[in-house]
Design a protein around this ligand. Structure first.
Ligand code: ADP
Ligand code: MG
Length: 616
C-alpha cells in the first residue's frame, strides 16, 4: 500500500487550532487584550460592532513590533514570551503559546498596524484566511492596533453557530470586565456600535470595581487581606445582605489572570454559610498571588482553568480569611433575618427589673457536727434550708401572657394562603371537593377515581398561560405604586433590563427613568407585591443573563415562565378550601394541563381500579 500520511498545510493546521482558541468573538477580545497587556500598555481601547461579528479592534500604547516581528507574529508557535520549556514554570505574561494571532488570522480578515518606540516608521499588515494580502510601511503612533473583521468568514458552520448580537456582546462585556478587573492600573475604553460603554481611568482595585458595577457597589464591599508564605489573598467580598439571585459578580484572579475554580468557589460558599438566604449568591472579587512555579496555567487553551500545587491549603486559607473579614467588619451580627424567636426573652419579661440573688453564708456552719439538718426545718439545725415558697412566681408572665414568646414553643403558626385567589371567590365551582396533602398536593375526585395535583406546578401552569395571554393581547392590569421604587443594578444588568423592558411593560410593569445604575418603577403587575419587586427583577435578569432569546415570542415566553415560577404558590404553603378549588378549576381551564411550563408532570390520576388492586 502507498504511504498515506501527510503533514497538514499550515493554514489548515491553523484553522484547526483556531477551533480551540477562538470559540466566539469574545475569545478574540480576550486574546487581543491580553497581548496588549503583555506589551506593557497603559491604555487600551476596545471597539466592537454587531456583537464582534463584524468588527473587533484593540488599540494599545504598548511596546509595538518591528516589521519582521509583525510578520512573524502570525506564524504558529511564534512567541516572544517563552524560549524554553522551563520558562513555562515562571510565567509572568498572559500569553505564551504563540497560537492566538495565527489562529485568528486563519479565520478572519485581520489588519495590524504597529510601531515600536525606536522606529520612526510603522508597519501595516493585512492578512485574510492565513494569506498575507499586503505589508507596507506607514506612519503610525507607538503601539499596536489589531483589527479583526468578519470572524469565521471562511467557516460558515461556525458563523451560523454564533448567537444573537446581544448574546455575543454580553460574552464580550464579561471578558472585558474580567480583564479590566485584573488590571486596575491600566486605563480602558470600550465602544460598542459607536457608543461608549466604559471609560475606565487607571485606578486602584476598589475604584475599578465601583466603576464597572456602579456607584452603589462601594458600600457593599468588605476588604479581604491575608498574606502567608503560600499565597497572598487580597480583594473584596460583598456584604451578605447584598447576596443576589444572579451569580454575576464572582471573580477569582490568580496572578492577575481571571480563573474559574469551582473548588475555591466552594470555600467562599462555606465562609458565607448561614449568612445568606438559600438561592442567593455571594459576590466576591478576590485576587490570589502565588509563586508562578506552583500554578499550572497550561492545562486549557483559554487558560481560565488552572491547577494549583496545594489546593487544599489554599481552600482552607481562603475560607478562614473570608470568614475573618466577615466577622471583623461586623457584618455578621446584623444578619439575623432568620432569628429563632424561641431564643427571645418573653415579651412580658422585657421591662422587669432584675433581682440580684443574695448569697447568705452561715458563718457558724460546721460540717462535722452531727445534727440532722435536712429533716429539721427549725433554726435549731446548722443548715438553713433554702426558702422555696412561692417558686411558682418565677414563671409568672410566661404562663399568663398570651403574646409571650413561649407560645412559639408549642404551635407552629399556619399561614393559610388565600389572598392570591381572593378576588375571584364567587367564580369557584363549589361542587368540587378537594383536600390538601402535606402542603404539597391537592387531591380531588373525578368520575373514574381521583387526581393528585402538585400545587406549585399547577399554579405555575395557570400563571404562565395567564401572563402569556396578557402579553399577547397587551392587556395586563398594573397597580400604580404610591411612591415609585428606585432599584439599583450594575451596568450590565441595566443593559439586560433595557432589552426586556418592552416585554416587562406588557405584563404590567411601569418604568420611570432608567439610568446607568438604577431604574425607577412606578407600577407593577397586579399579582406582584411591592416588597418582592427587587427579588423578581433580579430573578428575571438572572434568567435572561444566561441568554436573551432573539425573537420577541421566545422573550415573552421566558418572561412568562420566570414570573410564573417566582409568583406561584410553593410547596409548604397551606391553601384554604376556596383556593384549592379555584386552583383545580383554573388548571383544568388551561390549554395544556398535564405539564408545567418547565415540562414537569402537573398531576397524576389514581383510578378506582388502581385502588381496588391494592386491596387484593
Ligand atoms: P503569545 O501571546 O502566546 O505569545 P500571540 O499569537 O498572541 O502569542 O502573539 C504572538 C507574538 O506577537 C507575541 O509573543 C508578541 O511578541 C507579539 N504581539 C502580539 N500582540 C502584540 C501587541 N499588541 N503588542 C506587541 N506585541 C504583540
Ligand atoms: Mg497572546
Amino acid at each position: 500500500m502507498a504511504d498515506i500520511i501527510r503533514l497538514l498545510p499550515d493554514h489548515v493546521a491553523n484553522q484547526i487550532a483556531a477551533g480551540e482558541v477562538v470559540q466566539r468573538p469574545s475569545s478574540v477580545v480576550k486574546e487581543l487584550m491580553e497581548n496588549a497587556i503583555d506589551a506593557g500598555a497603559t491604555e487600551i481601547q476596545l471597539i466592537i460592532k454587531d456583537g464582534g461579528k463584524t468588527l473587533i479592534q484593540v488599540v494599545d500604547n504598548g511596546k509595538g513590533m518591528s516589521g519582521t516581528d509583525a510578520r512573524l507574529s502570525f506564524e504558529r508557535h511564534a512567541t516572544s514570551k517563552i524560549q524554553k520549556a522551563e520558562d513555562l514554570f515562571n510565567l509572568n505574561t498572559k500569553g505564551f503559546r504563540g497560537e492566538a494571532l495565527a489562529s485568528i488570522a486563519a479565520i478572519a480578515h485581520v489588519e495590524m498596524l504597529t510601531k515600536t518606540e525606536e522606529d520612526d516608521i510603522g508597519t501595516k499588515i493585512k492578512i485574510e484566511g492565513s494569506k498575507i494580502v499586503t505589508q507596507e510601511v506607514v506612519v503610525a503612533p507607538k503601539g499596536t492596533s489589531m483589527m479583526v473583521k468578519n470572524l469565521f468568514f471562511n467557516i460558515p458552520a461556525r458563523r451560523n453557530f454564533l448567537k444573537s448580537d446581544q448574546v455575543e456582546y454580553r460574552h464580550i462585556a464579561d471578558e472585558f470586565h474580567r480583564i479590566a478587573l485584573a488590571h486596575p492600573r491600566v486605563a480602558f475604553n470600550f465602544y460598542n456600535n459607536g457608543s461608549d460603554v466604559f471609560q475606565l481611568p487607571g485606578n486602584d482595585f476598589r475604584k475599578r470595581i465601583v466603576h464597572i458595577f456602579g456607584r452603589k457597589t462601594d458600600e457593599k464591599l468588605v476588604p479581604v487581606e491575608e498574606e502567608t508564605q503560600v499565597v497572598k489573598i487580597s480583594g473584596y467580598i460583598q456584604k451578605p445582605e447584598f447576596a443576589k439571585k444572579s451569580r454575576g459578580e464572582q471573580f477569582f484572579f490568580a496572578n492577575n489572570r481571571f480563573i474559574k475554580s469551582p473548588y475555591l468557589h466552594h470555600a467562599i460558599l462555606g465562609a458565607f454559610e448561614g449568612l445568606i438566604r438559600p438561592g442567593t449568591h455571594p459576590g466576591y472579587f478576590l485576587s490570589l498571588e502565588v509563586d508562578p512555579g506552583t500554578i499550572d496555567i497550561n492545562i486549557h487553551p483559554t487558560k481560565t482553568e488552572v491547577k494549583f500545587d496545594d489546593e487544599h491549603t489554599l481552600y482552607a486559607m481562603l475560607k478562614s480569611t473570608v470568614k475573618h473579614s466577615l466577622g471583623q467588619f461586623n457584618v455578621v451580627p446584623a444578619l439575623d433575618f432568620e432569628q429563632d424567636q424561641n431564643l427571645d426573652t418573653p415579651y412580658s419579661y422585657k421591662n422587669k427589673t432584675v433581682d440580684i440573688p443574695q448569697v447568705v453564708v452561715d458563718s457558724s456552719f460546721n460540717p462535722f457536727e452531727t445534727a440532722q439538718p435536712v429533716k429539721s426545718n427549725t433554726n435549731g439545725g446548722n443548715y438553713k434550708k433554702p426558702k422555696v415558697d412561692g417558686w411558682e412566681n418565677l414563671y409568672v408572665g410566661l404562663e399568663t401572657s398570651a403574646d409571650s414568646g413561649a407560645s412559639h414553643l408549642e404551635f407552629e403558626s399556619e399561614v393559610v394562603n388565600s389572598s392570591i385567589f381572593d378576588n375571584e371567590k364567587e367564580a369557584v365551582d363549589h361542587s368540587t371537593t378537594t383536600f390538601q396533602m402535606r402542603k404539597k398536593y391537592i387531591i380531588t375526585t373525578i368520575k373514574s377515581g381521583m387526581v393528585v395535583i402538585n400545587q406549585s406546578r399547577a399554579h405555575q401552569r395557570v400563571l404562565y398561560e395567564n401572563f402569556l395571554k396578557n402579553i399577547t393581547i397587551k392587556e395586563a392590569v398594573s397597580q400604580q405604586l404610591l411612591f415609585p421604587l428606585t432599584l439599583s443594578f450594575s451596568t450590565s444588568e441595566i443593559s439586560i433590563l433595557r432589552e426586556i423592558k418592552e416585554n416587562l411593560c406588557t405584563v404590567g410593569f411601569v418604568f420611570g427613568e432608567i439610568s446607568d445604575d438604577g431604574v425607577e418603577i412606578s407600577g407593577v403587575p397586579v399579582l406582584v407585591v411591592e416588597s418582592e419587586v427587587q427579588m423578581i427583577m433580579e430573578q428575571l435578569i438572572s434568567d435572561f443573563q444566561q441568554e436573551v432569546p432573539g425573537d420577541s415570542f421566545s422573550q415573552s415566553d421566558m418572561l412568562a415562565k420566570t414570573l410564573a415560577k417566582t409568583l406561584s404558590v410553593k410547596t409548604g404553603e397551606t391553601l384554604d378550601e376556596f383556593s384549592q378549588v379555584k386552583l383545580v378549576n383554573d388548571l383544568f381551564a388551561c390549554k395544556e394541563t398535564t405539564l408545567s411550563p418547565f415540562n414537569k408532570k402537573v398531576y397524576i390520576t389514581v383510578t378506582e381500579n388502581d385502588i381496588e388492586r391494592k386491596f387484593i
